[in-house]
Design a protein around this ligand. Structure first.
Ligand SMILES: Nc1ncnc2c1ncn2[C@@H]1O[C@H](COP(=O)(O)OP(=O)(O)OP(=O)(O)O)[C@@H](O)[C@H]1O
Length: 239
């Protein structure tokens, strides 16, 4: 479970997230949508304790990330697939993460298998395509077998086979009772993957609804998104 209560983050004059409250419940994929600069990545960073909120709270399983005793076992995230050491092999990258989180090497082999990278596990990450790095980032997120997972644009760089794989993976992780927050700009893909949708614009909540509700009111999810965010496409929002 992820709970945001009046979450606000300012960077100088920029209000990246403003008074944002919503809950992401387990058991289904929640799509996190919004125009460029709407505050999605900042929200995820705040949930992960990578940045401190200006005000408000972000809770993972009822607690702030910074007070979780074994964070990697509670929440996993892929925020930036390129944030890896290119000189290390995929196996060593994951093993390093595992060791610092008291996770055994068997789990490293398991997640490499799960994301389809077992065959290139000993190859240097620097030679990986973006799609392969996305899979490695997903493996890292899954390492602690957490109940809460967040993925920021995981479909970027994936071929059609990879896109379908992500869709199936997200849905199966949710079916296992996990909480899944997934951001993407690909509306048709989101319509196939998510059950609930949270749309933000200019750092604020625009709507929280099921895909079924939105596609009853609008012809497609993309139409719903376009109509609901029409006045929110703007960069560098100031207070
Ligand atoms: N570290 C930072 N310092 C200053 N401004 C920042 C910082 N991080 C984000 N911002 C600003 O906060 C706003 C929200 O950015 P954020 O990256 O969270 O949006 P986003 O919805 O993830 O966008 P995108 O879809 O383009 O990834 C933007 O105006 C961005 O420039």
């Amino acid at each position: 479970m992820i709970e945001l209560h009046r979450l606000t983050k300012r960077y100088g004059d920029t209000r990246a997230v403003h008074d944002l409250s919503f809950t992401v419940a387990p058991g289904h994929v929640t799509g996190f949508l919004g125009p460029n600069g709407a505050g999605k990545s900042t929200t995820m960073r705040l949930i992960l304790g990578l940045d401190a909120p200006t005000s408000g709270t972000a809770l993972v399983n009822g607690r702030p990330y910074t007070s979780l005793a074994r964070p990697m076992r509670e929440v996993g995230a892929l925020l930036d697939a390129n944030a890896v050491h290119g000189g290390r092999s995929a196996y060593d990258h994951l093993l390093c993460l595992a060791r610092t989180n008291d996770i055994g090497p068997r789990r490293v082999a398991e997640v490499l298998e799960q994301v389809g990278l077992a065959g290139v596990a000993r190859k240097r990450v620097g030679g990986f395509s973006l799609g392969m790095k996305q899979r490695l980032g997903i493996a890292a997120a899954l390492l602690g077998d957490p109940k809460v997972l967040m993925f920021d644009e995981p479909v970027n760089g994936l071929d059609p086979d990879g896109v379908r794989w992500i869709r199936d993976l997200m849905r199966s992780l949710a079916a296992e009772g996990r909480t899944i927050l997934l951001s993407s700009h690909l509306m048709s893909e989101m319509a196939l993957t998510a059950e609930r949708i949270v749309i933000v614009g200019r750092g604020r909540l625009i709507i929280e609804a099921t895909v079924a509700e939105l596609t009853t009111r609008y012809p497609t999810l993309e139409d719903a998104y376009m109509a609901l965010t029409a006045s929110s496409v703007q960069f560098g929002v100031s207070s």
